[in-house]
Design a protein. Structure first.
Length: 240
């Protein structure tokens, strides 16, 4: 009697696990297929190895970057693994290289960090304007309708700094540096972070799909074993 109960329970549990496994596997397949189709639609080509140079060759890519991108040499992006490699070892490298060229410290090479650098350079620009307001452009003074002497007052200084930052012909080196930093922050880093976030999100869903596939196969196997066991395994005969 007990053997019969155990066999019945094994069949029931086996069927449940089989159904869950099939559902998990189907979900994993869908996730992988969806991620792949969405990535292919973007028509992003992975970098070719000949375009990458290691640090030893004087390039911007490290050996780690090259090794991460090597398996996908020139292929069309179609998997989460490709997306992660492109985000972390291609886009991130270009972002950091741009920050280095702009002389941004490595610990400040982030969207928020560059903002901190800009504020420090703005303080420097304020000191330069106070020291020599005669270098202010006629465009800035005309736009704000003030004189060079009035530009150094606390009421006008903030607006003057903002105007000089936007003036490509500013005579102040700090103003040009700020414009460069703002371009780095608002274009390179903002857009780079957005793209990296999207690609890493695709990688995350692709990883979920892989885990679902593995879990699904495992549950299917366990379910089949229990179902077969429920039909095949015989209980011990009761002694007379």
């Amino acid at each position: 009697m007990e053997a019969k109960i155990y066999k019945t329970l094994a069949k029931i549990v086996g069927i449940v696990l089989l159904l869950i496994g099939i559902g998990a596997f189907a979900g994993g397949q869908f996730a992988g297929s969806f991620v792949g189709s969405q990535l292919k639609a973007q028509q992003i080509t992975m970098p070719k190895l000949e375009e990458l140079k290691t640090v030893d060759q004087g390039g911007q890519y490290s050996k780690e970057d090259v090794e991460a991108l090597k398996p996908f040499d020139g292929q069309l992006m179609s998997t989460g693994d490709m997306a992660a490699a492109y985000a972390n070892h291609y886009i991130a490298v270009h972002m950091n290289s741009a920050a280095k060229r702009a002389e941004v410290p490595a610990d400040k090479a982030t969207f928020a960090g560059i903002g901190d650098v800009v504020r420090k350079v703005e303080d420097k620009l304020a000191d330069e304007i106070k020291a020599d307001p005669t270098k202010l452009s006629a465009k800035t003074l005309g736009q704000l309708k003030i004189t060079a002497q009035e530009a150094t007052s606390q009421d006008n200084l903030k607006a003057v700094i903002a105007a000089e930052e936007k003036n490509p012909e500013s005579a102040y080196a700090s103003a040009k540096q700020i414009a460069q930093l703002n371009n780095l922050k608002n274009n390179t880093f903002f857009q780079g972070n957005m793209l990296r976030g999207t690609l890493l999100n695709a990688y995350g869903w692709g990883l979920v799909g892989k885990i679902a596939n593995i879990a699904g196969i495992t549950l299917i196997v366990l379910g089949v074993v229990l179902i077969v066991g429920g039909f095949v395994v015989k209980g011990k005969k009761q002694q007379a």
